[in-house]
Design a protein around this ligand. Structure first.
Ligand code: XMP
Length: 321
């Protein structure tokens, strides 16, 4: 299937919303559609659009995979219910961690998450709800990068020739697929969502797994979660496209309270970018970098080294997976 991009200059937001709402209503007929809300811009805007289009025929789930940032499950649920969209929280933490156990290869980690999400958890929810459709917030950049073989985005299935109807038992609908991030933000704004949602910095579907090099054990996810909270707090006022903390697989010798300690390494990345296709490291003030290093090593004693990435994308990618 060839997808035609709607560039931001050509996007008539109100017309887009109208057309997508009508198309969604027609396509799903009288059937139930399910929708996974991650809290990211794409999935939140998809949820809002579908809520407007099909109302109570939409069942929105928040899958708690145990891989989200600090306080994220609670705040995502609160925001959407505050906007009048009913959301059910599904505790799938054990299922995700079992699937990730022993997996270190980046593509296999993505595969483990894809399979757990679509087959195990969603398969079950679809069967229980009797839904025939799954709504997804896939955007044009996801398709481009996946088709180009740069990365396997977890929400790309049909572009890879995967027939979801025979593989998983439901059809996928992707109302935002012709848009890039700026277009999605404009649609979110027009749908009356708060700025904290439509302007939210991007966060990947596989969540903190994209920021743990090596095995994504619960304790390693927790470590990167704590570092992420510090980095996000310190960089929230910086004008950057995205910022994150990565936990390295290699350990390194450090000194802690006078004794040598073989500890963990955290890498900070902060990006200037328009749409995540090309990116440059943000020229952060050195004092800010030092402050983050001091806070991370001070508040997370398992970490003995903090570095800042100075590579552009390409050849780097934004995340580490
Ligand atoms: P990369 O790491 O490929 O990231 O330079 C580009 C943008 O995409 C986000 N990203 C993902 N988003 N599922 C998503 O929904 C994924 O599997 C995924 N991998 C990367 C990343 O955060 C950045 O904004």
């Amino acid at each position: 299937m060839t997808i035609k991009e709607i560039p931001i200059e050509a996007l008539d937001v109100e017309k887009f919303i109208d057309e997508q709402c009508r198309a969604l209503a027609v396509e799903t007929e009288n059937e139930i559609a399910v929708n996974a809300l991650s809290g990211g811009v794409d999935s939140s805007v998809t949820t809002m659009l579908a809520h407007r289009a099909i109302g109570t025929r939409l069942k929105t789930y928040f899958i708690d995979n145990g891989l989200m940032r600090q306080g994220e499950p609670e705040s995502v649920m609160e925001t959407m219910t505050g906007l009048g969209v009913p959301v059910e929280r599904i505790d799938a933490r054990n299922e995700f961690f079992s699937a990730l156990k022993g997996v270190v290869d980046p593509e296999k980690k993505r595969q483990a998450i894809t399979d757990t999400f679509y087959k195990t958890v969603f398969g079950r929810l679809v069967r229980q709800s009797g839904a025939k459709f799954l709504l997804q917030g896939t955007i044009y950049t996801d398709v481009e990068e996946t088709v180009a073989g740069i990365k396997r985005q977890h929400n790309i299935l049909s572009q890879l020739g995967i027939d979801t109807e025979s593989a998983y038992g439901y059809r996928v609908i992707e109302p935002l697929i012709a848009l890039r991030k700026t277009g999605v933000r404009a649609v979110g704004k027009a749908l009356g969502m708060p700025q904290s949602v439509y302007n939210r910095p991007p966060f990947p579907g596989p969540a903190l797994v994209t920021r743990v090099i090596g095995e994504a054990l619960p304790e390693r996810i927790e470590l990167v979660r704590r570092a992420t909270a510090i980095v996000e707090e310190e960089l929230s006022g910086v004008d950057a496209f995205q910022y994150l903390a990565i936990l390295h697989e290699d350990r390194v010798t450090g000194v802690y309270q006078g004794a040598r300690r073989y500890g963990n390494q955290i890498e900070i990345r902060c990006w200037d970018s328009m749409d995540a296709v090309l990116a440059k490291p943000t020229r952060l003030p050195f004092e800010l970098l030092e402050k983050m290093a001091n806070r991370i090593t001070g508040e997370i004693p398992e970490v003995v080294s903090v570095t800042y990435n100075i590579t552009t994308k390409p050849p780097s990618t934004i995340e580490a997976l």
